[in-house]
Design a protein around this ligand. Structure first.
Ligand code: SF4
Length: 519
């Protein structure tokens, strides 16, 4: 056997080509060897559906809770019965669970849920690998108003029984959520009538749907045209409501042709957008939402009393204490809370507004502000800084408060050297001041809000009341409604609040029990 150069032994059968071995080392690198991808094969794989998701996956918690609740209202419309022919619908327990789990993941589209049921393990687990049509999901979300409300109350009952709901202190707040409509969808009455006329002609041009074989595409087109006509008819009704509410003329009042019931509201960033005002009542011990509401009014005034009635209806009792910001601290609310025996904590801004308004009015100098006028209760008169007497001239009775007006003699003020600083521009009357006489409940409220204890409670308001608002907007992605119209928007808020509460239950109860059971 020949011995190669360098003293290396040659393996038997592998003869070295002397000419090749004499060449310099190869300059082209050898191709790396890797495993090929073979997509031409067909294969069967074992799939354990039960093990698609882990033991502590929130989808399991949602399914478990939905099994504990009475869903009779959701089952009632089902016509299919055991032993009879007909299409078998999906189980309402599954559809409830799918929507709750979807909202918890920030998904509010029926089409997106249907897509995820084909590939995402948690959705596949919930469906048992079945595929739910998006029409079924979409209809289910909006067709069970009363049953959904009942479900919300039942979940509150579960949370309450586990010690997660206390009505010792409830924080109430409002937040604006954008409607499913653009700012450019608003039209005046005249333009809405033109669009409606056109929509009616298009619907008439479709002919009688019974005369033609319906196709899916044609049915969808017909439905879209009819819905557009309905929205425009509703927009004409809404534009009249806007005119009356805002006392606007025909040229000013507008309504959206996309979502006629939406109203333009100021947003937290200072801008304006078509929106709804969402009202949430949150108990403070575990930040559970105990009441929801939606209004077309951009103002929070007038929303509190109805909201607390709903909390009482949901939980069978009134809150012991209610905390709100200045938007709700009206005389009506202070008096109503006192009548109901509810401890009310809020900002005094609105109550003090009229009194503060007198201070710097019309360029009055600081030394002539109302608080520089001395009140003599025995004679019921005021004495001005120049020593002149202001006598009682009249009363203005309002709920919870009476405003007493006192006025100095006109002829004295006209010749007074301080007139330009005390009542500048007031040429026809003497200087007047207002004394506010509060009703006992108002006075007690004002005194209470000066105490450190009440101020400390009020300071907690933002953290508690704004927590669910932020969660629903940021974690669930509900910064804009997907549905249109007040009724459907209310349902969307209810689904979101229900999901939020169930997420709190998973976090505060279900997970802890699971860990304890496994240890
Ligand atoms: S203007 Fe009239 S009220 Fe004012 S200081 Fe003079 S007298 Fe008094």
């Amino acid at each position: 056997m020949s011995q190669p150069e360098g003293g290396q032994k040659q393996l038997p059968g592998l003869e070295v080509d002397a000419a090749a071995s004499a060449l310099p080392a190869a300059t082209t690198p050898l191709r790396p060897r890797v495993k090929p991808v073979d997509r031409s094969q067909l294969t069967w794989r074992m799939l354990d559906v039960e093990r698609l998701i882990e033991e502590d996956h929130p989808a399991r918690a949602v399914w478990e809770l939905s099994g504990r609740l009475k869903l009779d209202g959701f089952y009632a419309p089902i016509e299919a019965v055991e032993g009879a022919a007909g299409r078998t619908p999906w189980d309402p327990r599954l559809l409830v669970s799918l929507w709750i789990y979807a909202y918890s993941r920030g998904i509010s589209s029926a089409r997106e849920i249907a897509r995820r049921c084909t590939y995402e393990p948690a959705f596949q687990w919930l469906c048992g690998l079945g595929e739910v049509n998006h029409h079924t999901l979409s209809d289910f979300r909006v067709n069970h108003d009363a049953s959904l409300r009942e479900l919300f109350v039942q979940v509150l009952g579960v949370l309450s029984s586990e010690g997660l709901v206390s009505l010792e202190r409830v924080m109430h707040d409002g937040t604006r959520i954008k409607a499913c409509a653009g700012a450019d969808s608003f039209r005046r009455e005249e333009r809405l009538r033109e669009h409606l006329e056109l929509a009616r002609k298009q619907v008439e041009a479709m002919g009688d749907p019974r005369e033609e074989e319906p196709t899916r595409k044609r049915s969808a087109q017909e439905r879209a045209l009819r819905e557009r006509q309905q929205r425009l008819e509703q927009a004409l009704e809404e534009v009249q409501k806007v005119r009356q509410a805002k006392r606007q003329d025909k040229e000013q009042a507008r309504a959206s042709q996309s979502d006629p019931q939406a109203r333009v509201m100021k947003q937290s960033d200072g801008g304006y957008a078509p929106s709804y005002n969402v009202q949430l009542s949150t108990e403070s011990s575990h930040r559970i939402i105990v009441g929801t509401g939606v209004t077309q009014s951009g103002s929070d005034y007038g929303q509190l009393i109805g909201a607390l009635a709903q909390v009482e209806a949901n939980l069978g009792k009134k809150p012991a204490q209610v905390v709100v910001d200045g938007g709700f601290t009206t005389r009506e609310n202070i008096m109503s809370m006192a009548e109901q025996g509810i401890d009310f904590v809020g900002s005094l801004a609105e109550v003090n507004q009229r009194i503060a308004g007198q201070k710097g009015k019309r360029g009055v100098g600081e030394e002539f502000y109302t608080d520089k006028f001395i009140y003599d209760a025995r004679q019921d008169v005021f004495r001005c800084p120049a020593g002149e007497i202001l006598r009682h001239k009249g009363r203005d009775f309002r709920l919870g408060v009476t405003f007493h007006q006192y006025r100095a003699p006109t002829e004295r003020c006209r010749v007074c050297p301080f007139q330009s600083k005390c009542c500048p521009g007031n040429l026809h009357h003497g200087r007047s001041v207002i004394r506010t006489e509060r009703a006992p409940a108002m006075q007690q409220f004002a005194e209470k809000m000066q105490t450190e204890a009440a101020k400390a409670v009020y300071r907690q308001r933002g953290a508690v009341a704004e927590f669910p608002n932020a969660w629903i907007k940021d974690k669930m992605g509900l910064k804009q409604f997907r549905l249109r119209g007040l009724i459907k928007v209310r349902l969307e808020v209810l689904w979101a609040a229900l999901t939020y509460n169930i997420q709190q239950w998973i976090r505060l109860s279900w997970r802890i029990k699971l860990v304890t059971a496994n240890n």
